[in-house]
Design a binder for this molecule. Structure first.
Ligand code: SF4
Ligand code: SF4
Length: 237
């Protein structure tokens, strides 16, 4: 198999005035591997390369990257698929967030927005002896929502979030908001909706759908946002 070129975004704030690109040739056998395997291999050749990773199974959400122009998880993105008919694999940090070093971005604002939606069950009724039960139908309402791994691939692809990361919650946080609005065990629906009722938190979504196109777990943040908008209109909060 033919070798191919990996183009890496490099930036070390203590040594570099500005980011630069590094082209490295990689053996063709890596065409059958995942993008994260390529990065691990390159790190053995240059230990100064920095990137995040943890589980390598598409569960921890640590290695969100921009790979040949698409946000994705390095660990579950096959090199062959990312290359398409090219011999160039360009790996950049997730867009829309400040770069700390090389492929690592500062996700502080992303998690601030996550905190804003109060990602926990709110229910002040005394807890039953064993657990708060749900019917199978109510539990099914959480499908397509609870699977989010907070990788930020969606929010980082959202132009509305790039421009207003302090005020617009973004697709990831809003998918999570919808998850708790849907939960039959949560009793804070009205308060949750009230906190979302302003021009920025939800309504900066312009329905472009980059979020849904890039979610590596196949989730649909755009649909979840649409449901929240419906609830806000219906409740007239
Ligand atoms: S649909 Fe909304 S949340 Fe998704 S990328 Fe577009 S503006 Fe952002
Ligand atoms: S909705 Fe998808 S892309 Fe967005 S943070 Fe969750 S898993 Fe990642």
């Amino acid at each position: 198999m033919n070798p191919f070129t990996v183009r890496l975004f490099r930036y070390h704030p203590e040594h570099d005035d500005q980011p630069w690109s590094q082209d490295v040739e990689v053996d063709g056998s890596f065409r059958n591997r995942m993008v994260l395997d390529v990065l691990e291999h390159l790190k053995t050749r240059d230990t100064t390369l920095v990137f995040r990773r943890s589980c390598r199974e598409g569960v921890c959400g640590s290695d969100g990257l921009n790979i040949n122009g698409r946000n994705a998880l390095g660990c579950i993105t096959p090199v062959e698929e990312a290359l398409g008919n090219k011999d160039l694999l360009e790996i950049r940090p997730l867009p829309g967030m400040p770069v700390i070093r090389d492929l690592v971005v500062d996700q502080s604002l992303f998690f601030e927005q996550y905190k804003r939606i109060q990602p926990w069950l709110i229910n002040n009724k005394p807890a039953p002896g064993i657990e708060r039960l749900q019917s199978p139908e109510d539990r099914a309402k959480l499908d397509g929502l609870y699977e989010c791994i907070l990788c930020a691939c969606c929010s980082s692809a959202c132009p509305s979030w790039w421009w207003n990361p302090e005020k617009y919650i973004g697709p990831s946080g809003l998918l999570q908001a919808h998850r708790f609005l849907q939960d039959s065990r949560d009793t804070a629906t009205a308060e949750r909706l009230e906190k979302l009722q302003d021009p920025f938190s939800v309504f900066r979504c312009r329905g472009i759908g980059n979020c849904t196109a890039y979610c590596p777990k196949g989730l649909n943040p755009m649909k979840a946002i649409g449901r929240i908008k419906e609830m806000l209109f219906r409740e007239g909060v």
